[in-house]
Design a protein around this ligand. Sequence first.
Ligand code: MOS
Length: 756
Amino acid sequence: MADLNPKPWSETTIVGKGIHRIDGRDLLSGEARYSLDMDLPDMLYAATLRCPHAHARVVKVDLAKAREMPGVRAILSDADKEAQVAFFPKMGPPWPNPVTISRLFDSHCRYAGEEVAVVAAETQAQAWDAVRAIEVQYEKLPFVTNLDDALKPGAPVFQEGADNRAAPPNAYSRGDVAKGFAESDIVVEETYRTSCKIHSPLETYGATVRWDGDHLTVWESTQSPFPIQIGVASALKMPLSKVRVICRYMGGGFGSKQDNNKFTLIAALLARRTGRPVKYFLTREESFLCMGNRPAYSMKAKAGVKKDGTLMALEFNALLEVGAYPTGSAVASGIFRELYTCANVKTSEQLIYVNAGQLRAFRAPGYPPGAWALEQMMDTLAEKIGMDPVEFRLKNGAKVCQTDANKPFTSNGLPQCLTEGAKAFGWKEARARAKSEGPVVRGVGMAAAIWSNVARPRATVIVKYYLDGSVNLNMGAADLGTGARTIMAQVVAEELSVPVESIEVENADTGTTQFSDGANGSKTTMIDSPAVRAAALDVKYKLLEAAAGQLKVPVTGLTLKNGKIIGPAGTAPLPVQDLAFMQMQQVVVGVGVRIPHPTDKSIRPFAAQFAEVEVNQRTGEVRVLRMLAAQDSGRVMNRMTFESQVFGALTMGIGMALTEQRVLDGNTGKMVNANWHDYKIPTAMDVPAELTCLAIDPHDMEVNSTGTKGLGEPALVPAPAAIANAFYNATGVRPTAAPLTPANVLNLLNRGRKQG
Ligand code: MOS
């Protein structure tokens, strides 16, 4: 039997090349149809009435006037039997804490934005007009909008008889931290905070749905067509075979589009009732309010170190302001447990409900806030013992996976990320020329990162090789805009020796492609590309075996090149279309199934990032002058898509460090900056031209058959902390709380000066 899961290539001709996206023309010309662009003949438009109060009970919904509005075809609320469906974003068991389960229209509204009723009408404007005509009587309830208030005795609670802690805390411990601190020469303690951040993908949230008899088709903007299919089928009690979810093009998700959504189910119910397709997309404002966030973190950290730099103990206690109905992970402690060799570690995380929009997974859930704390603390420790921050990290960087039975890593590029990153950045020189006189000061900082890929690898891929040498790659994975389609085509081109242009990629359609978990956890490349390679190899071996039979030669001497079977020297190349087998079948079909991860090793990507910033001490403005990211994500499949992932991550890191924060009005509980004017994501004006991306490829031969580990998330993790450390280097003041807006910076510097 031919091996469909061989060791990674030692040399490649197409994989690794910085080729343009195969769908670049469609994306740039506007021809690409995103889910948001999906318009169907005869379709209706939906709009939502949302609870305007942070905490309220719906006493009465009067739809009489709304029903008479022009164009209205259906209205759904909790009064409708078919809408009395329990909802959780990860549909199906195991179900979490009951508080995080709601009904599609829950009469107990726990944040300003919760769904009360949805109208389907002939036009979008008519749907909104009808929403405004719905009369609702609310009983307003007391609310809390921040974790400090939520923990006070007597605070309004989510669940009667409980407090606002979503029990139990996520706790971890190894060794003995008390002993570790006692044996330390220096112990530091600090509280760090990061603000609540909104995902802000360019494409808003929603779905267009259509019934054909008892068969439902959903065009949703989603990272995870197959999990959405499972959730919809489970909620509507339908077989999987009758639910088809499609997401051909996708305008970003960053974790917020990997779970099930109320809008899909509501659209399906409205479409069933009206017998018409329904388009149900949220506005930008609704996307800010209701579709998830990276929660605010309050993190107490403590670390102890010997004078020689040996890390002795780490303690971490985090409180997360997770809103109502949190979903997805947010484990800030992961980086405390794994990045550095440390015998004594104790971490705890407590999710705190508040009356606001929900936590959803957000690009490396928990890790950028965790790194904000850990990597600033490491900076402080290094300074206290007079060690260079890079040296300090080189000394303490993990050698084995301490949370996974001390297994070795399949590869560990952290030392290279640190040393080669420092060299390429000019770390030593830049530290020496840091400028601390005058109103505008300059400094450099760095931070390291680890990322955890623990997801089960599951994917089935089909590759079809046609008589004319053109190829169809059929895979379940979505392409969120990362370039997944392109790099997967490169894998097929590599194995089948065909031009990338001859490969047609069909993906992210549960009706025509096979199961893939979804594009999250930075795992599409590392989980799906080996299945793609296996499917291509299956095709290749089938062709070679057919040729060996026809030519009556051993298969081992044959190769496939440019549509021809090449035999031993002296024999004429045999075109694939001349194979009797191909004449008969017209097509050869290869199937690749993802095999499990290695069990004796742990898979972790690593990174080290460097930043140079300027701080205007009079205005409080912080400018990032340049950044360098050294990333060990295993093999780089495509230099261009690699860079666009890293540049996007650095941009997001700048936003987290400097500008982005959800602002809730404590008096009303409403978000006051639910728009792109007042919620500040970095623009081209805020991102330096000098972004450098250094690929550290440790030639991982163990991780899988493509040597890939995952990039999108680890590229973000250290960025905000590197900026914070550069800020400290420039000003001498430790910026414990993000974001470093001008107002926050001025307060911080004034406080720092008074203390100093
Ligand atoms: Mo991610 S936050 O696992 O899409």
